[in-house]
Design a protein around this ligand. Structure first.
Ligand SMILES: NC(=O)c1ccc[n+]([C@@H]2O[C@H](COP(=O)([O-])OP(=O)(O)OC[C@H]3O[C@@H](n4cnc5c(N)ncnc54)[C@H](O)[C@@H]3O)[C@@H](O)[C@H]2O)c1
Length: 396
């Protein structure tokens, strides 16, 4: 195994890239060598900081011989074409969640990666958060018996963060399901073994000025007998970070005076002005996430096992056993999102993929669609594209 840093190219220098920047800048296991961005100024900013090459297209990036793997952080609906181009260029791929918007695109991407013999990892998602990984390890240890039930809740201001117009159109991947639900689904599937069986759900689209799903409640069951409830609201009223010690999603402190900030920032803006506001949060704007003293999290999550309940916190896992209660810390390293680079390195350097492969991302996407379908027709939806936490476990 070579210990050389992975030579990484980046497709899309927007908000998602900004959130990965502290990791890319500080983890010595990766080196940014190229990027693709349609805007000239973003390409120049990238070249000035990293000394790499800025390409105008993802196809150009995929053909760059200097690049070993590509992080794809373009809008959801472009993931399929960009993953396919990267695979055809023989590059390993880390594609931000969700894998795609349609299951047909997801199939195309899994097939392209298989055909090219490259790794396709879907991430980061909050299933990579260190406390989630710790809870997964604790469950796998067998100490607490089987997972029986999971509750996952999250109340955020998601729907009122600045959006591109298509982020408010469900059929183009807008709304809370594809961008946020997929995090919660990934976490719950990881903790319950991955093989979901059936989903029953209801959704809410309550603001006609942002006419897409802003909330849902879903009940899922799994082949191993576990079941889970998932509840999410992005309507920017109650904030479940208050139940997480006032730690925000990215692990920083949440100042109480920030209450209402997201909705306030949108007052008086039309769609064009809102899109422009979103670009002020992208690369070159300086709006980088501050260093955090806790891990990232995705709201309260409680896992009920035979012999203990596990509560995930932004610092680790609290274990409520039969006769004792204890806390297991997930140590905070110097570099955020270390688990994502662990996964990328293990896949690219050791040929050991994480659970969150292309097939995994397709299975989580299937659950997003099942939630929408169940809410639409009022019936339970059977799932058929699920996979377990190792590559070999798949539905027949
Ligand atoms: N995991 C996370 O924490 C997280 C956070 C935000 C977004 N995301 C995901 O990242 C993806 C991007 O979302 P975003 O919020 O960063 O959007 P964004 O609009 O801020 O960024 C998208 C970027 O892609 C660029 N782009 C568009 N077309 C391109 C092309 N053909 N080639 C190269 N670049 C192109 C745009 O110029 C823009 O800079 C989405 O799939 C979203 O779900 C993940």
């Amino acid at each position: 195994m070579t210990s050389e840093p992975i030579r990484l190219g980046v497709a899309g220098l927007g908000r998602a890239f900004m959130l990965m920047l502290p990791t890319f800048r500080n983890d010595p296991r990766v080196r940014l060598v190229a990027a693709a961005a349609p805007r000239e100024e973003s390409r120049r900013a990238f070249e000035a900081e990293f000394g790499g090459r800025g390409h105008a297209t993802v196809e150009g990036l995929a053909a760059d011989p200097e690049v070993e793997a590509i992080y794809i952080a373009t809008p959801h609906q472009m993931h399929a074409d960009h993953v396919t181009a990267a695979a055809q260029g023989g590059k390993h791929i880390l594609v931000d969640k969700p894998l795609a918007v349609t299951l047909e695109d997801a199939d195309r991407m899994v097939e392209a990666a298989d055909k090219a013999g490259v790794h396709l990892i879907v991430g980061p998602s909050h299933s990579f958060d260190a406390p989630v990984a710790l809870a997964h390890e604790l469950i796998k240890s067998g100490e607490f018996g089987s997972v029986r039930m999971v509750q996952a809740l999250n109340y955020t201001d998601f729907l009122y963060r600045p959006r591109r117009p298509e982020e408010l159109r469900t059929e183009e991947g807008g709304g809370v399901l594809f961008s946020q639900g997929v995090h919660q689904i990934d976490i719950v599937r990881l903790l319950c073994g991955g093989l979901a069986r059936q989903v029953t759900a209801m959704t809410g689209a309550w603001d006609p000025t942002r006419p897409t799903e802003g909330a849902y409640s879903a009940l899922m069951n799994f082949e191993n007998g576990a079941f889970a409830t998932l509840t999410y609201s992005g309507y920017a009223h109650f904030d479940s970070d208050t139940w997480m010690g006032n730690v925000a999603e990215l692990g920083g402190e949440k100042p109480p005076e920030d209450y209402g900030k997201a909705r306030r920032a949108l007052v008086g803006l039309d769609a064009e002005a809102e899109t422009k506001l979103k670009t002020t949060r992208t690369y070159g704007s300086g709006a980088e996430p501050p260093a955090a003293r806790h891990h990232e999290h995705f709201g309260p999550i409680i896992v009920l096992c035979d012999r203990a309940d596990l509560r995930l916190t932004p610092d680790g896992v609290e274990i409520f056993g039969d006769t004792e209660r204890r806390f297991v810390e997930a140590p905070l390293g110097a570099v955020p999102r270390k688990t994502v680079i662990d996964a990328l390195t293990a896949a690219v350097r050791e040929d050991v993929p994480p659970p969150q492969t292309g097939r995994w991302g397709r299975a989580s996407l299937e659950v997003c669609h099942a939630i929408l379908r169940s809410a639409d027709n009022g019936a339970a939806v059977d799932l058929s594209r699920q996979c377990g936490t190792t590559e070999k476990e798949e539905h027949a």
